[in-house]
Design a protein around this ligand. Sequence first.
Ligand code: GLV
Ligand code: MG
Length: 281
Amino acid sequence: MPLDPRHARSWLFTPADRPERYPRRDGQGADAVILDLEDAVAPADKRQARENLCRRGSDDPPVWVRINDRTSEHWRDDLAEVALLPAVTGVMLPKAERADDVAATAALLPGGMPVIALVETSLGIENAYGIASEPATFALAFGVADFRRETGLGEAPEAWAYPRTRLVIASRAAGLRGPIDGPAMQLDDVAAVRSEATRGRAGGFTGKLCIHPSQITPVNAAYSPIPEQVDWARRVLEQAARSDGAAVRVDGEMIDRPRLEHARDLLESAVAQSDAESAGT
Ligand code: GLV
Ligand code: MG
């Protein structure tokens, strides 16, 4: 069974014009695969990429599809195609700048199909809460490369704290999971990817886009609860089950409702992720 996307850590982009790289079965490592019709596909290949998507069957593993942005000449054609495809979990909308971008996209999709809003411009950051509050929005994601290009922000960490935290707060205020972080650029430096992903998790993100299969393992590792946390969460829930809703004491610390709920969320993700991993082996 594929992992419930609410618990997905690694989101692997695969160019839609490279069907030989499409996932053939579940559990190939990435928690979710996004077949890309946008920046990984040259303008001349867009039509071919859409045709490749049409050849997928209903038994193929479910994927997400990144369409082209709302101002692009391809947006409408992408949506018309994607709306008819089998085995599509949802759509990623790049350059999401206003709530209405998500609403207009959702209106052309089958009812209830979730949309990941890829926020990658200053206007998108300014409107993050409105975008996150659209009923079709499943999660926000941060398009770091486009944002860097548009804003000219350099490497100074303090320059990035505001937009990053803004996405976290907007997501949570709208009742969504934490946002999905942009991809690391390193293709064969696993340690660098892992440390970037670890920082992202500490900053409130709940997963990370990947642009190469080598990034999946370090991203999954960074976004998985560590065994000590899982063990703590189990003990918290055991104690709480005996306490009838009162605060409990675990490892010399008081555990009240917010920490109990944190333990519950942590265990739910850990169980879902480890079930999906064992189903894939
Ligand atoms: C992803 O689309 C990015 O711009 O980083
Ligand atoms: Mg981008």
